[in-house]
Design a protein. Structure first.
Length: 373
């Protein structure tokens, strides 16, 4: 089914529920009572026929408390990795206990950015999620912060939840936040309105969560949630934000219709959905205005339209595509190395063979391996 209203989340066949560390942990200790009620709600959804996947933060906070590390384990990368190593054990035990109270088996699944950026590893993760659900377990997914670095990581579990939903072919994502949802401006301002439904994450919607609109939500979590919504909507997945600070937060939000629902905007092929959700391009290709117009009409990116090449990448790597004014047009899998792209920059097909030493390929980025922003 397609989720078109907040209450419809309870009827989703497969739902990803993301829980942040600020909700789960208080002063280094789990919020046991709150978590018990949440587990009861998840059990209730399962009894109603909804398959559940949990994306849970909290490993670093739990581990830092146990190791007595300063700044919550965030003082250095080494501290964060050490805290995560200890905290992952604690987090898995915690979810095993609260779900086990409802005779539900919890399964820990730790992933890195590369696990969902690399196509083969993405498919492996997808197969694992599917098998766990078939076995009637609840996967509890977290970023593997014990090995993640500052350069190669999701950095927030909102976008991770959207990518997991893609891999699991879920119908919806539910992000538990510390606010009711997306407001049209800083919620502290007089007249601020909660946006109950969003049909497409446009620049105007992004502006509600950035300094462009003087919103108080942009410097932290809300922008990441909008980025997650954009990933989800392009894959035909609904995403909702609700206030998770209350006891039994899911029931409260769904009964009152209190939250923000981002409606699915497309149903791209599985490969293109994976491609549009990738987060770490290896370089940037800038194109001229003529090429920009051609791309908008569904054409491939040709060398003749290239004006600048940034970064170092290999054939098959992900690259971002920018217009002449620096605007992001999309991203795709490049058919040449960075060095080869620079060699044929601005050249027509008949001029490229002399530079390359072999017959040129059909495109620098073929339209079948490209998604527009």
């Amino acid at each position: 089914m397609t989720v078109t209203r907040l209450s419809g989340l309870a009827g989703a066949k497969r739902l990803v529920v993301k829980v942040g560390s600020a909700l789960l942990i208080e002063q280094g200790s789990p919020r046991a009572g709150w978590l018990a009620t949440l587990a009861g709600e998840l059990a209730g959804l399962r009894k109603g026929g909804t398959q559940i996947i949990v994306v849970s933060s909290g490993a670093i906070a739990l581990g830092a408390a146990k190791l007595h590390l300063p700044k919550g384990g965030r003082d250095s990368l080494a501290d964060a990795q050490a805290a995560a190593s200890v905290g992952q054990v604690e987090l898995a035990r915690l979810w095993s206990e609260v779900l086990g109270a409802h005779d539900i088996i919890a399964a820990q699944m730790l992933v890195t950015l590369d696990d969902l950026e690399d196509r083969r590893r993405y498919l492996n993760a997808s197969a694992t999620l599917e098998r766990l659900i078939e076995a009637n377990a609840v996967p509890v997914v977290n970023e593997n912060d014990s090995v993640a670095t500052e350069e190669i990581r999701f950095g927030d579990n909102d976008r991770l939840a959207a990518r997991v939903a893609q891999a699991a072919q879920a119908e919806a994502v539910l992000l538990l936040s510390d606010v009711d949802g997306l407001y049209d401006r800083n919620p502290k301002e007089e007249g601020a309105q909660l946006v109950d439904t969003v049909e497409g994450v446009t620049p105007q919607v992004i502006a509600m969560a950035t300094g462009d609109s003087t919103s108080g939500l942009g410097s932290g979590g809300m922008l990441a949630k909008l980025q997650a919504a954009r990933i989800a909507e392009r894959a035909g997945i609904a995403l909702a934000i609700i206030n998770g600070t209350y006891e039994a937060p899911i029931g409260r939000a769904l009964d009152a219709g209190r939250g923000t629902l981002f409606l699915p905007q497309g149903d791209e092929s599985a490969r293109k959905a994976w491609l549009s959700g990738r987060l770490a391009p290896a370089g940037v290709l800038t194109v001229d205005e003529g090429c920009t117009r051609a791309l908008e009409n569904g054409a491939s990116l040709l060398a003749a339209g290239l004006t600048e090449v940034e970064g170092e990448f290999r054939r098959g790597d992900l690259v971002a595509i920018h217009g002449a004014k620096g605007e992001r047009l999309g991203q795709g899998l490049v058919e040449y190395t960075a060095e080869e792209c620079r060699a044929i920059l601005g050249l027509r097909e008949e001029q490229q063979e002399q530079k390359l030493g072999y017959a040129p390929r059909a495109a620098v980025v073929h339209r079948d391996h490209m998604v527009r922003s």
